[in-house]
Design a protein around this ligand. Structure first.
Ligand SMILES: [Zn+2]
Length: 389
C-alpha cells in the first residue's frame, strides 16, 4: 500500500501489519514424529530454519523452500551410534550418514601410536563425532591389543588425549581373553587411571574374559560404558541360573551404561540375548561396532541393529530412545542432539518401519525371524538434506 505523506508528497511504503512470515528452509511433512526426549509420538510436520528445528506441529501452514514428504514414515532425531570404527577409513563417516547416523563415536580403533589417523578422519567428518583412544598403544592387533601388558601404556595414552583433547572423549579397553589374555584386570585399571585423570569415561569391551566379570565391572565409575552386554558366557552379565550378577545391578545403579555393540564375532548370541531380555535388564543404547565389512554381514546398518530386539518385547519408541535420547546423555558432545526440540540443531533421520518377514543374525550364524524392520530413508544434517548415494 502506498500513501503520500501530507507534507513533501514523498511516497511512503507501509508494510501490512500481518506480513507473511519468512518461509522455512525445509519442512518434513506428515510423518510419524517420534522424539523420546520429549515423549512425543504423533503425526506432525517438522519445520527447519537456519539449521535448527523451528517448529513441530500438526498441519503447519507456512511456506517452505523445500518439502520432504514423510507420510507413512518415521521422523526421528538423527541417530547416534556410540560404538563404531568409522575412524578407520575416510569413507566411513559418509557411509553411516546415509544410514541416518548424524553422530558417532569411534571406539578404540587406534591407540596412542596412531591416534592421529583416527582424529584426522573425525575432524573431516560431516557429522558430530568423537574418538576413544585404545589403551593398547598399537590399537587393535590380531595377536591381542594388550597381550603384552606393556602396550597398556598410561603415559602414552595421557599424551594422546592431551594432544587432541577436543576430539578424544574417553578410553577404550578391550578385555577378552584373545585381546588382553590374563592382563584384563590390570589393563582396565590402567585405562581407568588414564581416563579418571581427565574426568573422562572408560568403555570396556566385555565377554570371554579370563577374570570374572563381577570383578571387572567393580572397577567402573559413573558414566563409564560396558559394550557387548549380550556377550555369551564365559563371563556374561548373567549367571548360569539366568540371574543378572549383583555387581552388574550395582553398576547400573551407580550410573554405568550398558550398550549392545552388535559387531560380527563373539559379542551376541540369541540364547544369551533372550535370557538377558527376560530379566528386564535392557540395553541403554544400541550401537553397531560398525566397520566397512559389517555393512554386508550381520550389522548392515544401525536401523537394522535397532530392529533386533523388537521380537523380545521392545517397542518402536524404546528402540528409538536407545539411538537418540539415551546416547545424547552418555557423551556430552551430543548434549544438544538426540532431540527434535525447537531450537536444537536440525539433525533428523527419516526411517521406514517395514512389515514383513525379516531374518536377523547374531554373531554365531544364529538367526531369528522378525516381522518389523527399520530401514534408513533420508538424513537431514544441520538442516540440510543429505543426497542419497
Ligand atoms: Zn568395536
Amino acid at each position: 500500500m502506498i500513501v503520500f505523506a501530507l507534507l513533501g508528497l514523498l511516497p511512503l511504503v507501509i508494510v501490512p501489519a500481518q506480513a507473511s512470515p519468512e518461509p522455512y528452509d525445509l519442512v518434513i511433512r506428515g510423518g510419524r514424529v517420534i522424539d523420546p526426549s520429549v515423549r512425543l509420538d504423533a503425526v506432525a510436520d517438522v519445520a527447519i530454519s537456519g539449521g535448527r528445528i523451528a517448529a513441530v506441529e500438526r498441519n503447519l501452514s507456512a511456506d517452505a523452500t523445500e518439502v520432504l514428504d514423510a507420510r507413512g514414515k518415521l521422523v526421528v532425531p538423527g541417530l547416534i551410534d556410540i560404538h563404531t570404527h568409522c575412524g578407520r577409513s575416510a569413507d566411513g563417516p559418509g557411509m553411516v550418514l546415509q544410514d541416518g547416523v548424524t553422530g558417532w563415536i569411534d571406539a578404540g580403533s587406534q591407540g596412542a601410536d596412531h591416534i592421529a589417523d583416527v582424529v584426522a578422519v573425525a575432524r573431516r567428518a560431516p557429522q558430530q563425532c568423537r574418538v576413544l583412544v585404545n589403551i593398547g598403544r598399537a590399537g587393535i592387533l590380531t595377536e591381542g591389543d594388550t597381550m603384552d601388558v606393556n602396550r597398556a601404556d598410561v603415559a602414552a595414552a595421557k599424551n594422546a588425549i592431551a594432544s587432541s583433547r577436543d576430539v578424544i572423549v574417553g578410553v577404550k579397553a578391550r578385555l577378552s581373553r584373545d585381546v588382553a589374555g590374563p592382563n584384563d584386570f590390570e589393563v582396565l585399571r590402567r585405562a581407568q587411571e588414564v581416563a579418571s585423570s581427565f574426568g573422562l569415561p572408560v568403555m570396556i569391551h566385555m565377554g570371554q574374559t579370563i577374570s570374572a566379570f563381577s570383578k571387572l565391572v567393580d572397577l567402573l565409575k559413573r558414566g563409564d560404558i560396558v559394550t557387548h552386554m549380550f556377550a555369551p558366557p564365559p563371563n556374561s552379565i548373567i549367571d548360569d541360573s539366568g540371574r543378572i550378577l549383583p555387581e552388574v545391578m550395582a553398576a547400573r545403579r551407580r550410573g554405568v551404561w550398558f550398550d549392545v555393540g552388535n559387531g560380527r564375532t563373539g559379542h551376541m548370541r540369541w540364547d544369551t540375548v533372550e535370557a538377558i531380555m527376560k530379566t528386564g535388564f535392557w540395553p541403554d543404547s544400541f550401537s553397531t561396532d560398525w566397520t566397512v565389512e559389517g555393512r554386508t554381514s550381520g550389522v548392515i546398518d544401525l536401523p537394522n541393529c535397532m530392529s533386533k530386539l523388537l521380537g523380545y518385547g521392545m517397542s518402536v519408541n524404546q528402540a528409538i530412545e536407545r539411538v537418540t535420547w539415551n546416547p545424547s546423555r552418555i557423551f556430552p558432545v551430543f548434549t544438544d542432539r538426540g532431540t527434535l526440540n525447537v531450537g536444537a540443531p536440525a539433525d533428523v533421520a527419516v526411517l521406514e518401519l517395514r512389515e514383513g518377514h525379516f531374518e536377523f543374525l547374531d554373531n554365531f550364524k544364529g538367526t531369528i525371524a522378525g516381522h518389523q524392520r527399520f530401514f534408513p530413508s533420508a538424513t537431514i544434517l544441520g538442516g540440510k538434506r543429505v543426497p542419497r548415494a
